[in-house]
Design a protein around this ligand. Structure first.
Ligand SMILES: [Zn+2]
Length: 576
């Protein structure tokens, strides 16, 4: 859909004859007869946009578009005029927290266990994969969720490896839980990783055991690396095909930009290469894992282009709430004390995965070297520690924290007194609405009703002046942004339950939800100067969808289909 060379040449010659300056001479495209939501607070609605090259040159009425392209535009009816026949146009959607390689891996090798409804079904899928895999090679899977299994005995019990080991004895198997904060190994995997009942739990992690001391096969948070270090890189698939597969999935879902959490410097080099070769269409804002970040940014400048940036670091203060790794201010309601090991009987408040002092040192380094810091924080203690660490780093360096746009990733459970601190400090809350609707079934079991008032507190944060960058955390949740939009405005599951939504006072309005997935997500990556809204002068990143999500019945939103996706004015996806 870009002007062909011949047409370009024709117009260049024509313009030369007419004395029109070349820069303004190229014809553009006019997309008209559309319901346009711009996410631009100055002009939220429009019916047409004009695009020349990669840039939006007009947003408004058809007449505005004609005026902007005056003198260069072939007549209405030519192929430069695209009649959208009343369809809805949005800015390209942005996912502020995803894992592209993880999404790609599910399409090129790792067994997708999302949606399994029992442990038996998980085993069945893994055994089927093992049957077509040479003996001794690893079988990897991800996405199981014991909270969704129909287990008549104990809904919440984590699985034990025995049935899996019996069904798949000849392949090491490693299956990440849906949140990625716990994983299940079979016997062969534990053998391959030299794990025995004598293996101790590392700091910030737990090797789960039965009462008799034998291993259940489940490894939580930092303990996952005990097994992961034994997995050969090739078992996960080829990085370029994973990125290509993930990109395709994102473009067809209406995403034009993704903030990719935890990208190793070697993968960042691959991204840069793909971007220079024109293979990377998606705008990727990649964060370096904190384990490498300080050394990397000591030796390298933060890298920023419009297509790919490597100018941020991703750290973890705690684990996830599902596997009780979130770091809480007070003990869990459903596991108030350690039940085994030397700490048996002591209060259990979750895991501190990385020390607050480390987060502070990283934040200081980021402020000095000019890169952003993103820290995963789920529990109320974890969130407070991160805000404190950022604040101390800003004080000791004398730098402006708000200007550095540091973020808390997830910000799931907040103590009431910490909610206003996001706006006060200028820290961005990077939040994933579908986490709320997946977790709402058991959040109150974990933390009780009183603390749950600070869970996924979108409206409270927005009302306090905080900025929310919206995302999905794919492949933990689906990368489909319309599921996130639906969750944000309803706080209901796919069946429309609970009736008015879980803690409906914390819902977002549609305008807030759209903004979190466009302009404010772009701000979370310093990209709002050229994308994130349909505004004259910005890049032409937009999508056309089959229903008006700003006005339709909320129940119809999850079924929204993306018809076309454009980045830099180039059509990068067209539905068949
Ligand atoms: Zn994540």
């Amino acid at each position: 859909m870009k002007p062909t060379r011949t047409v370009g040449l024709f117009f260049a010659v024509l313009c030369a004859c007419l004395g029109i300056p070349r820069a303004h001479a190229e014809p553009g495209f006019v997309y008209f007869n559309a319901t346009v939501y711009t996410a631009d607070p100055e002009r939220p609605r429009a019916e047409a946009i004009a695009v020349r090259g990669s840039t939006i040159v007009a947003v408004g009425t058809r007449e505005d578009a004609i005026r902007a392209l005056r003198g260069t535009q072939p007549p209405v009816g030519s192929d430069k005029w695209i009649d959208l026949r009343g369809r809805t146009m949005l800015p390209g959607l942005i996912d502020a927290h995803g894992h592209l390689a993880g999404l790609g891996a599910l399409r090129v090798g790792v067994v997708d266990l999302a949606g399994t409804t029992s442990y038996a079904e998980v085993i069945e899928r893994i055994a089927a994969r093992a049957a077509e895999t040479p003996k001794g090679e690893w079988v990897l899977g991800r996405g199981w969720d014991n909270e969704s299994w129909d287990n008549p005995d104990d809904q919440k019990a984590l699985p034990t490896h025995d049935a899996l080991s019996a069904a798949v004895p000849d392949h090491p198997v490693w299956l990440a839980r849906v949140d990625g904060h716990a994983a299940l190994a079979n016997r062969a995997a534990m053998d391959a990783a030299d794990i025995s009942p004598e293996t101790t739990s590392p700091d910030g992690g737990e090797v789960l055991r039965r009462d008799d001391g034998s291993l259940t096969g489940v490894f939580v948070d930092n303990a996952e690396s005990l097994v992961e270090r034994a997995i050969p890189a090739a078992a996960r698939g080829d990085p370029e095909s994973m990125i290509r597969a993930a990109q395709q999935a994102c473009l067809s879902a209406g995403l034009t930009s993704v903030h990719d959490m935890g990208v190793h410097p070697a993968t960042a080099a691959l991204y840069r290469d793909l971007s220079e070769r024109g293979v990377l269409k998606l705008r990727v804002h990649a964060a370096c894992p904190s384990a490498f970040a300080m050394r990397y940014f000591e030796e390298n400048e933060p890298y920023r282009s419009e297509r790919f940036t490597y100018a941020s670091a991703k750290a973890y203060i705690d684990g996830a709430m599902g596997s009780r790794g979130a770091w809480l201010l007070a003990p869990y309601d459903d596991r108030p004390a350690y039940t085994e090991g030397e700490r048996a009987g002591q209060p259990y408040t979750g895991l501190s995965v990385q020390e607050p002092a480390f987060i502070e040192a990283l934040a200081r380094h980021g402020l000095e070297k000019g890169y952003q810091v993103f820290t995963h924080a789920i529990g109320d203690r974890g969130n407070r520690e991160v805000l404190d660490a950022y604040e101390r780093a800003a004080k000791s360096t004398g730098r402006n924290l708000a200007a550095a746009r540091f973020r808390v990733e997830h910000a799931q459970l907040l103590a009431p007194s910490d909610i206003p601190r996001f706006a006060e400090l200028g820290v961005i809350a990077s939040m994933q609405p579908t986490h709320c609707t997946s977790d709402m079934r058991w959040v109150e079991d974990r933390v009780g009703t009183k603390r749950a008032a600070g869970a996924y507190a979108w409206a409270s944060l927005l009302n306090s002046g905080a900025l929310i960058a919206g995302g999905s955390d794919f492949p933990v949740e689906s990368h489909n942004p319309f599921l996130g939009f639906y969750a944000a405005i309803t706080r209901q599951n796919a069946e429309g339950m609970p009736d008015r939504g879980w803690r409906p006072e914390e819902r977002m309005t549609r305008a807030q939800a759209l903004r979190s997935m466009t302009l404010d997500a772009a701000r979370g990556a310093f990209m709002e100067t050229f994308t994130g809204s349909l505004t004259t002068g910005k890049r032409a990143d937009f999508i056309v969808i089959n229903r008006d999500i700003m006005a339709c019945d909320p129940a119809e939103i999850p079924g929204t289909r993306v018809l076309q996706t454009f980045i830099d004015g180039e059509q990068v996806y067209l539905a068949d």
